[in-house]
Every structure is written in C-alpha cells, then in structure tokens.
Design a protein around this ligand. Structure first.
Ligand SMILES: [Zn+2]
Length: 555
C-alpha cells in the first residue's frame, strides 16, 4: 500500500511532516517524499490518495475499561445526563424496559447532577419500589442504591464503615443509599454477576467503538479474573482486533503473597495480541467524594453530612509499609506497576513505593505509571522524571466543570486548587506524559482529551474562553504524543508503534482535516475516517474511499 496526497504527521523523533508512506506486510517500509513512496508502486499495490486529509499514527489508550464500558452500554445507561431530573427520567425508563430482570443495574450518572455529589435512596425507591437497584457513578467510586438493596445487604445505621470505604448517612445516622469505595462491595456481592457471555459481548462492542475513534492498542486498566477471561475468550475466537496489555487487579485486602497468583495469570495469557505484564493498584479514591488521599485534610463543607464534622484526609488504601512491600515484590517479579493516584498523598505514596522498589531491586526498565495525578504537590513534580515514572493523564478532565468548581476547589482551598492536573508543570519537570481516556468514566475519543489538554476549557467552549489554570496547558504536539507515543511506551511497544517511522507497524489513522490547520476548539469534531492496525483496516467511516475508488481491501 502507498499513501500520499495529504499531510502526514509522523510524530517521529524529529516531529517531521512527510508526503508519502509505503507499507508492506503490516510495516512501514518507506516514509518520505511522495516520489519516494510512489517508486514502490507495483501491480499489486493499493494506492491511497488522502485528497488533503491528514495521516497520523493511530491512537493508544493507556488507561481504559472497555469491558465494563461495553457491558454498561447494555444496562441502564446514565452517561452524559447533566441533571438529577434527567437521571431520574432515564431510571424510570430503565425500570419499564427491564421489568424482567431481578435487579435494576446500571451506571454512568455524574456526581455533579446531585447537590454535594450525594443522591438519595428515596428518589430511587419511588421509581423501583421493592426491586433492588444499584447504580454506579461515572467514575465508579460511588454507588447509589435503593432501600431494597440496603435491606438485602443488611446495611443499617449500626453497620460500621468497611476499611477504605464509607456508608454515607444522614444527620440521624440512617444510610442515605450512597456507598463510597469499598462500601460498594457490601451491596456488590448480592448483585447477580455479569455472565461471561455479557463480558465478551461488552468487549466486542467496545472494540468497535475504540476503532471508530482511531485506537488500535490500549492498556486495560483493571483486569479482574472475569475480565481476563473475557479478553482471552475473544482473542481465542479471533475477535481481538486491538493489541491489549492487561493491568491485573491487585486485591488490597491481600498482601504480597498474591503476587504468585498474578505471575500464574501472566504466564497463562498466551493469546496473540494479549499480554498481562502489568499490575493495577488503587491507592485512593476521588476528591469529589472526599475519598482521595490528601497530605493535609479536606476543607470541611459546612452543613453537609455528619462525617464532615471531623476533618478527613480521605482514604488511603494502604499504609506506606504495606504498599512498599507489595510494589517491591511486584517489581521484583518484573511487573509494570500501574497505580491509581488522585490525591497528593496517594501520588507521593506511589512515588515513594517505586523509589523503594528501585532501591531494593536495582535498575531495570520498569515503566511504572501513576494514573490520574489530579493533585500533585509541587515538591513531587520532579520526582516523576528522576524515578522514570510516567504520568498517565486523563486530559479531558482538566477544565473548570462542576466537578472542579463545586466538588473539588471548595474542598481543597485556594493554594491546593492551583495544583490540579499540573500537566505542563510535570512536562517541564521532565516527566513522561502518557494519555488515557478512563472510558467509561469519560469519552473514549482521544481527540476530546487532546483538545482539552491544549485549551483547558470545556469541549464546546468558543475560542477565546479563558483557560482554567492556563499555565498547565500543553501544546498540540505534546498532547498528540501523549495519546500515541506515550501509550505505546506504557504498553512497551514504543519500538514498534506510536509514530510513523520506517520499520514500525502501519498503525495509522486518517483524520478528515489536519489538526494543526483548524481552530483548536474544533479538534474534537474531527472525524476519524480510516483506522489501520498493522496495515489492516479495523474501521472505515461510511463513504470513505481509498482514493482510487476501488473496493479492494488493504492486505
Ligand atoms: Zn480507571
């Protein structure tokens, strides 16, 4: 295949633009001028004319939950509903549509639709009656359940909060139906499990959605046993159309001895395109629910729930010693460590643990990464580069939406509110940025995140809208690289993918326009027209033709 006729943005080491590429056996064999590429044309060559459209490296997603996202698409789907009324209307529709199911299960509601990030079981009870209901928030850290679900789980005013979890209660001490972090498990163990077939169907749905936005490789951010099984089954059936690295779930209630089990899983995963060399550890929760672990306490919210009366630093999942022991053991076994770290204390704990592991185990290519890095103390910024730890960013979150203005800044106060999502500061301090969507938490489309990384304004804000923390804006190239080269690094395939260079996989995406040639506020609207993984088409937009009008599929 030869591709010419439009801007080719290589994102290679020299950030070159070229005119033509040639592909053979799934790899790029020529990257250069149009004449150089055309010289390779033979009788069997598919010649693609970009007709002015842009060719870029395909996208990588370094932190995503495709199986649960795909499963959610088939449940009570509450994504993208901005108000409590809209959420409740959707719930009412689900109650009708899913009468035959014993539980009402779903998720995706945004905490900001409810005052204080706290919905109430009463609203659900009115719609569901005696049928149990459990709905997860878009970030997955909160469940909203009804009274029937609380009864089934035996949760009453006398039930203590579990370790690293919280049962929200009203002033009289009655559970409100809001469960944070590990408290979700109290109800979760009564919910009918998702079947293997549902998981596999969810994954297949998700793969289609990801290819539509140009993603060909990703890191599954939380692979529990059943999720691992879904990937393996789909891969064995020949349906795994992306390259996938699994972050195997670490159980916070078990110590380093569980690492033997993870080693066994890693060894068992032998399907093509699938690896399991990463371990995922949750260090804390989220700031909006006051469960992210902070160095200094949250600012109390006046007149809110009872637990707010005492200052809290959030919920650190591990003690320093326990985390160090666990990470050191994982590191010794050769695992890449992928940590969820939102609060400044969680970020520091993660960095400390990697530092200790490196001291204990010596130098190696460990590629640890901290995901989300929402609140980073300035003193810790330079440690990312010093330790070789990457910042796994979800750039779509970095603007002043109600999550920030209503549920985050008031809890942090003015000084710490200036430390949020410090992407440019991290970059200036030498940190490697790798990009992930965290779908289904938020949009899987990398162009959404890339635009917000540059603007720090809402996606649909007109040009000229003031940026939130403007010193933390990234330039477009840095943002694109996080979602291409960055993700390839995280998945240990940066020698094969992530940029357009001779010898690399033909992992390519055609965009309808050159993203550098349009107003930055419109980058999120650019359509992906064609996605190639290793030279094979995995997505083609309806109506997109490969130049010569032939229906031949690339080989
Ligand atoms: Zn996640």
């Amino acid at each position: 295949m030869v591709i010419t006729g439009g801007p080719i943005i290589t994102l290679d080491d020299d950030r070159r633009r070229v005119e033509g590429v040639a592909i053979r056996d799934g790899r790029l064999v020529i990257v250069g001028t149009a004449d150089e590429a055309r010289a390779a044309i033979g009788p069997q060559t598919l010649v693609v004319d970009l007709a002015g459209r842009a060719l870029l490296p395909a996208f990588h997603d370094a932190h995503v939950h495709p199986v649960s996202a795909g499963v959610e698409l088939g449940q009570c789907n509450l994504n993208d509903l901005p108000t409590a009324d809209a959420v409740l209307t959707a719930v009412a529709r689900c109650v009708d549509a899913q009468r035959d199911r014993p539980w009402l299960i779903g998720g995706g509601f945004v905490l900001t639709a409810f005052p204080g990030g706290a919905p109430h079981r009463r609203d659900l009870d009115r719609l569901t009656g005696s049928r149990p209901a459990a709905l997860s928030s878009s970030d997955g850290h909160t469940w909203w359940v009804n009274s029937a679900a609380l009864r089934l789980a035996g949760i009453t005013r006398t039930t203590p909060d579990p370790p690293a979890g919280r049962i929200e209660r009203d002033r009289s001490g009655e559970p409100t139906g809001v469960l944070r972090e590990s408290a979700t498990g109290l109800v979760g163990r009564h919910v009918p499990p998702t079947s293997p077939a549902e998981h596999e169907a969810g994954l297949r749905r998700a793969l289609v959605a990801m290819h539509q936005v140009g993603i060909v490789s990703f890191q599954e951010a939380n692979a529990s046993t059943d999720i691992v099984a879904a990937y393996r089954a789909v891969a064995r059936a020949g349906g795994l159309t992306a390259r996938v690295r699994l972050s195997l779930s670490v159980d916070p209630t078990r110590g380093p001895d569980q690492v033997d089990d993870l080693v066994a899983v890693r060894k068992a995963v032998v399907e093509p395109g699938l690896t399991a060399g990463t371990a995922k550890i949750f260090l804390d929760g989220v700031i909006e629910a006051a469960t992210a672990a902070l160095v200094d306490p949250y600012v109390p919210l006046p007149g809110h729930d009872a637990h707010e009366a005492t200052p809290t630093n959030g919920l650190a999942t591990f003690s320093d010693d326990a985390l160090t022991a666990l990470v050191t053991r994982l590191d010794r076994e050769g695992f890449q460590v992928h940590m969820h770290a939102i609060g400044d204390r969680a970020v520091r704990q993660g960095l400390d643990a990697i530092e200790a592991a490196a001291r204990a185990n010596g130098p190696r290519d460990r590629r640890a990464h901290l995901a989300h890095v929402q609140l980073v103390a300035p003193a810790d910024r330079a440690r990312f580069a010093a330790l070789g730890v990457a910042a796994n960013i979800q750039a779509l979150w970095a603007f002043a939406d109600p999550f920030i203005t209503d549920l985050t800044e008031p809890r942090l106060g003015p000084v710490r509110s200036g430390w949020l999502y410090p992407f440019a500061s991290l970059k200036r301090a030498g940190a490697r940025l790798v990009g992930g969507s965290d779908w289904s938490v938020t949009s899987v489309n990398p162009l959404h995140a890339i635009q917000v990384a540059v603007t720090r304004t809402p996606l649909t804000a007109p040009s000229g809208t003031p940026s939130w923390l403007p010193d933390e804006r990234l330039d477009l190239t840095t943002a694109l690289e996080a979602y291409t080269r960055g993700g390839a690094w995280a998945n240990v395939e940066d020698d094969r993918s992530g940029s357009i260079a001779v010898g690399r996989f033909a992992d390519l995406v055609v965009l309808e326009r050159d993203p550098y040639a349009v107003p930055i506020s419109t980058v999120h609207t650019l359509q992906v027209l064609w996605t190639l993984k290793e030279g094979r088409e995995v997505f083609r937009a309806p109506g997109f033709r490969t130049g010569d009008g032939s229906a031949r599929k690339p080989s």
